[in-house]
Design a protein around this ligand. Sequence first.
Ligand SMILES: [Zn+2]
Length: 629
Amino acid sequence: MKLYFLPALLLAAIAASAQTQPPIHVTVDVTDAPRKILHAALTIPVQAGPLTLLYPEWIPGEHGPTGPVTDLAGIVIRANGSDLAWRRGDVNMFAFHVNVPDGVSSLDVKLDFLATAPATGFTAGASTSANLAIVSWNELVLYPAGRPAADIAVQPAVKLPADWQYGTALTKTGESGGTIQFEPVSLEQLIDSPLLAGKYFKEFTLAPEVTPKNYLDLAADGPEDLRIKSDTLDAYSNLVREAGALYQSRHYTSYHFLVTLSDQVAHFGLEHHQSSDDRVAEKTFVDDNLTLLTADLLPHEFTHSWNGKYRRPVGLATGNYEDPMKGNLLWVYEGLTQYLGDVLAARSGLETPDEFRSALAASAATLDYRPGRTWRDLQDTAVAAQILYDTSQQWDNWRRSVDYYQEGELIWLEADTMIRKLTKDKKSINDFCARFEGLGGNTPPKVVPYNFDDVVSALNAIAPYDWAGFFSERLTSKAPHAPLGGIENGGYRIVYTDQPSKFIQARETATGDADAWWTLGIDITSDGHIDDVLVGSVSDKAGLGPGMQIVAVNGRQYTASLLSDAITAAKDTKDPIELILVNTGYYKVVKIDYHDGMRFPHLERIQGTPDRLDDIVKPMTQPPPKGKN
Ligand SMILES: [Zn+2]
């Protein structure tokens, strides 16, 4: 028998420390969310004298100073019923200075969050539609400077439109006059516990036999978007089981996948200790292609509950929202999560082993055609994370971006296959995860920081090797090609054929974009706009550039399929492909000499070697018999 609720005592201790000061009360009024404005009323306990109130700047999981301070409006601070003058910091735009008069023990603060951002970026992006809203508390609070977020107690509440339901990791304590009250938590927990609300809402319990409890909360633009297939639901239940088997622990008291199905909001996933904010296309669960393309998102964000939230690089574990973060270990935080998320997606049945391999082939081949790696090493992409999330797609292959996700995945795949090789397949990354992510067994949410040496020594405890050298070499390499050793150790190699893989086919169908990256070296949108031109490719040599639009292919108006047909027709001929381009109002005709036909990446078995990729995606658990699922 395993004792689960060691948390009870620990939680009490945490709550007590956060409650030595009276809590900040924050009530968020969501009733105007369909008009893109949220209102907050706060009561902040204070003492007389100078006081600095801060708006959260460095947002956990976003790895940068992304707090949407430009959308903060309507700030009114009152003391004993009178307005109090405030002045913003001359340098720190997130700081508001006031002088608290004698005899005043609390301030009443009103503020609005203007949810007007476009559907890009992370939580600062669009977050509401006519029938749903995501409340990210960091957008709606000010807090006194000078104390760690874990030591500031907050009593949260929300007022929702009349017929809306909600999901959140917060615990409801009561409801009156349409306002829902939640248990007091620390500011750290509050900002870590977003609330998803909507008119079209459904909650499913996943893997009901598992404790602590796990929920899939869906809010959608329309009722028809909520018709998730039972196979998909079963696979998400498997995800809960597989994650428990892999990490040998859970670091939450209950977990909520908060999934927004909407084309009106920004699309991304953001991890939290006890929930994840997963914003995906409206039709994700009713369109098979979108279901497949999104299969890795929830496993990725769920993995972060262990890798990223519980175990966190010391440079990202700042304890407040004003100190800058350091991203140098993001190849562990995001790279290992990318790998484990994909592995868990396959182990859970969210994708088949073949779909897992086809997604891996597409990702690895993209990294292999990325010449920016010759000037910027992977380590630099992690260090520069705070300036890379918002970069343009244009010349992306030369700039490089947040490559520590996908390339981190390749490196961790290689580490996994190395462990398997070194131990004659007796040990694997599973053992590392149980040791590193499961440290301390089951716990309530908390942060256990680590540094590079901790990663190395945990690996050495599983399989002794020069792990420091292994990672250093891959992090500082300026080699022209991607690190593909993990795929080879896994028993496969990348090959190119004229037929798209299932994953690429799903992507083409969902986006309408042509795939010409591994042929002409261009990334094109469905209307012929060139997003990126591969440095060194035939298109680069022919003078194509990002931002140009292809209007005609061999004299005919551009469509994605015409371009594919032209690439196929030019194979083994001497005839160039003729494009008419428009560039900032000027037209030009370009002839491209390319004769190798269509090329799509796949993983091909290396015969006579162990099929470790197949071993890696084998489930660790047995789902319960049907009907009990
Ligand atoms: Zn992530």
